[in-house]
Design a protein around this ligand. Sequence first.
Ligand code: NAP
Length: 269
Amino acid sequence: MDTTKKIAFLGLGHMGAPMARHLLAQGHVLTVWNRTPDKAEPLVAAGATVAATPAGAVRDADLVVTMLADPAALRAVSDGILSDPSALRPGVHWIDTSTVGPEAVGALAKRLPEGVTLTDAPVMGSVDRAATGTLWVLAGGDPLPGPVSELLTTLGEVTVCGPAGSGAALKLVLINAVVGGVGLVAEALRLGQALGLPEELVRAELARGPLAGAVARTYADASHFPVALAAKDVALATGHAPLPILEAVRASLTARPELADRDLSRIRV
Ligand code: NAP
């Protein structure tokens, strides 16, 4: 593992903070930035340098990693970086691990200066796997630049999905299947309750069938994937194909604003 490369890590939310902390623990040199500066403090205590602006964070970097909420966040941060033409050096590799869909990644790629590469590398797995470097990384770009491949391997197990944008695309497919599956399990549990069946019985028998993984995710207690982000991921998908079942799941997610910041598993209650 090459730890001589300087990494800029932007976006220290629920996922970004443990990912950055894991990279520090592996001996990497990190400069971090977050819109809400307080969230950088624990990373600084763990050895990172904090930057005041996105452009300042990337100025000396060999690799830039972004882990941001949605396309608007990625746009805002990239505007900040690109507003200073000297911030990104030729030869820098930018890896976006946010779930933003292929359009946002493609739009960013078009704006990058000559000599700067962009790899879409959204992740499956939540905060628990981010902390241990055991994410499931979906990378677009074949072949991946060597330093990109090496850094992504530190974050988890890498699937090279195909050309640029294919990681972002596959992420929408996979996460929408998960959100739909959890929505379906939540409704099956509700039906079982309405029919007077014990929850434990319904849960155990559902878990014996093809929905086993969705049942496990519906009861996950170490994940923090907020319902609002799940609804965002369905919204990113529905422009690409008619998805009436997922549209219905999204409506059910957004109908319960009290769950917006709670993990997706809470929709079973
Ligand atoms: P989060 O905790 O809400 O963090 C979002 C990050 O984006 C924060 O650093 C936030 O900054 C920043 N941000 C939001 N709007 C911004 C803006 N306009 N300008 C600059 N920064 C902005 O979300 P998360 O759970 O870490 O998820 C991050 C991404 O990973 C999302 O795309 C999500 O879908 C995906 N993901 C999440 C999980 C999960 O289990 N949570 C799993 C896999 C993938 P502030 O701190 O200032 O708000």
